[in-house]
Design a protein around this ligand. Structure first.
Ligand code: FES
Ligand code: MG
Length: 605
């Protein structure tokens, strides 16, 4: 039955790793011990000893994680697919991650869920796994773990919510919050109106219906080859989502029989395809962090230069908020990921040979797919923007940062980039905040005398400083400037911003202040020069003055940030790397493809 090439493991002849638990004649007492407890809820010995693949369903849905909650329903159809194909389903919980609900930030939990899932996939009798992905960090966490353990794995998106509506217009998750905040600050709506406006964006089960981090990462997971074609964009409540759950369950059983593992799918070509598609969909600024993390655990070289080199010149095709106007249902009806990839193939931008969970290449899956709604997924001949990728920047007070240029608004361009002599550069005074509490406390204080051409700077917000790297860099202008019609200012910081934000902020400044980065030396009213063509941001502060400030900071004991409040905060702070390299737990990436590298774990008793 199996093409699995293992020949010496316990549990022959199937080669299934679950046989080492459930049917190992050379070790009958341990086999009995492993078996008996899995019989106690009604599975039979016949089933468990039938040499059928045991398929885990890594369940991320729960009441705590509403974006992924619909997976509790979809799991029934996954099970039916698994059963239909001759497998046995074992569903188990994954540490929940709710992007908006988790304090101080869900950014803390990605690596925690990753660690937990590695232990589950490796330490239990699982031959393959369905990864139930959705809300922002759930997708990278599960892919990171699947890459590390490297047993056959397939992902299933929970799908976006239906389109939000208010009156006659589309109201998109997250994106509406930034608009509502401006209206509240300007006194146009009150607290009630604010809540109503934001809640209108969430009409059903599913994840954010904008091109935020969730739609981005679910789309990129499909591009990476880890989901069935067309899976990412189907809205959560649609019947097609249920059908896709069934097909996904069926497919993983065959993947186990074919021994098709993540290591065959998550190749450098697959990651480069994901970078290209991220530009074409107007994807989230969190994508570089998460792709870097998945790549590191998969043992694939990928760095920020790849984003500049492969991603920058790709046009924006997908007209979804925040870069455009439409939402998730429209994306699905327009053709979803295959329609985007199909057009990029025509342009020669996709590495077509990259293998996918279907056992076929992405080229075979998507070649010829075109858009059904050209206003939502634009044809290549009429992109929303040329060169829609991120710019990777360097400067005299940091090594790397990124900026999403596809969301630069006319207002931003007029205020900061209107010098005909120098259309790609601007200078402004830094207004510096240490952490988000400091920003909220002081932003509206007239004593700061913020001017529309200033640059808002926030630090202490990276993986160590916050901890977990908070989505706080996109800051609104002070209320007195909003009332004067200034809706957006340039922002810079060592943290992240929400994928649903339309701000062209300069993000992920690395190294962060809390790890000794020189962003800690910037003072309010220092002048900063941003040059997008040269891809540089420099503080116009003399070298000697920066040295003096550095010495002074060292004397004060270094950059101060809030103490850890939980054991995990402390442990993660000790281990975590920078946003530029994926914010992974340093050292964890030494453990790769561990199922093949280490074989079956030792017996438990
Ligand atoms: Fe969960 Fe956006 S908050 S997907
Ligand atoms: Mg977020």
């Amino acid at each position: 039955m199996s093409t699995n090439d293992k020949t010496s493991e316990p549990g022959e002849p199937s080669g299934l790793r679950s046989r080492a638990w459930f049917d190992n004649p050379s070790n009958p007492d341990m086999t009995a011990l492993y078996l008996e407890r899995y019989l106690n809820f009604g599975l039979s010995r016949d089933e468990l000893q039938s040499a059928r693949p045991i398929i885990g369903i890594a369940q991320t849905g729960s009441d705590l994680s509403p974006c992924n909650r619909h997976h509790l329903v979809l799991a029934e159809r996954i099970r039916e697919g698994i059963r239909e194909a001759g497998g046995i389903a074992i569903e188990f919980p994954v540490h929940p991650i709710q992007e908006t609900g988790k304090r101080p930030t869900a950014g803390l939990d990605r690596n925690l869920a990753y660690l937990g899932l590695v232990e589950l996939l490796y330490g239990y009798p699982l031959d393959g796994v369905v990864l139930t992905i959705g809300c922002d960090k759930t997708t990278p966490a599960l892919l990171m773990a699947a890459a590390t353990v490297d047993i056959p794995a397939i992902a299933l998106s929970v799908g976006p919510m239906l389109n939000g509506r208010q009156g006659n217009r589309r109201v998109g998750s997250g994106t509406i919050v930034w608009e509502a905040r401006q209206k509240l600050a300007a006194g146009e709506i009150d607290y009630e109106g604010f809540v109503d406006m934001v809640a209108a964006s969430a009409p059903s089960t599913g994840y954010c219906n904008t091109m935020g981090t969730a739609t981005t990462m679910n789309s990129l997971c499909e591009v990476l080859g880890m989901q069935l074609p067309g899976s990412a964009a189907i809205p959560a409540p649609y019947r097609q989502r249920q059908e896709m759950a069934y097909r996904t369950g069926k497919r993983i059983v065959d993947m186990v029989r074919e021994d098709l593992r993540p290591s065959a799918i998550l190749t450098r070509d697959a990651f480069l395809n994901a970078i290209v598609v991220n530009s074409a969909i107007g994807g989230s600024t969190n994508a570089p962090i998460h792709l870097a993390a998945i790549a590191r655990h998969a043992g694939v070289e990928l760095d920020l230069d790849d984003w500049q080199r492969v991603g920058h010149d790709v046009p924006l095709l997908v007209n979804l908020q925040p870069a455009g106007e439409y939402l998730g249902e429209d994306y699905y009806h327009a053709g979803g990921v295959p329609a985007v990839v199909g057009q990029l193939i025509d342009a020669g931008m996709i590495r077509e040979d990259a293998l996918t969970v279907t056992g076929r290449s992405i080229g075979a899956n998507c070649r010829g797919a075109s858009t059904a709604l050209p206003e939502v997924i634009r044809p290549l001949s009429e992109p929303l923007r040329e060169q829609a990728g991120f710019i990777v920047l360097g400067g005299n007070f940091f090594s790397s940062a990124i900026m999403k240029t596809s969301v630069i608004s006319d207002e931003f361009r007029l205020r900061y980039l209107s010098d005909p002599e120098d259309p790609d550069a601007f200078e402004g005074r830094a207004i510096v905040f240490d952490g988000s509490e400091d920003y909220h406390r002081r932003i509206d204080n007239p004593a700061l005398a913020i001017e529309p051409s200033d640059i808002l700077v926030i630090r202490g917000c990276g993986p160590v400083g916050f901890p977990g790297a908070a989505e706080v860099v996109n800051m609104r202008p002070p209320d007195y400037l909003i009332r004067a019609g200034v809706m957006q200012m340039a922002c810079l910081g060592d943290g992240r911003q929400s994928g649903t934000s339309a701000s062209p902020s300069i993000l992920h400044v690395s190294p962060e202040a809390a790890s000794g980065g020189d962003i800690a030396l910037i003072e309010t009213y220092d002048r900063l020069r941003v040059d997008l063509r040269k891809r540089r941001i420099d503080a116009l502060v003399g070298e000697a003055e920066l040295d003096r400030r550095r010495d002074e900071l060292t004397e004060r004991g270094g950059y101060r940030y809030p103490a850890s409040q939980t054991p995990w905060q402390e442990l993660q702070r000790q281990q975590v790397g920078s946003l530029a390299t994926g914010a992974v737990l340093e050292g964890a990436d030494r453990y790769q493809r561990i199922d093949k590298a280490f074989g079956i774990p030792r017996d438990s008793h």
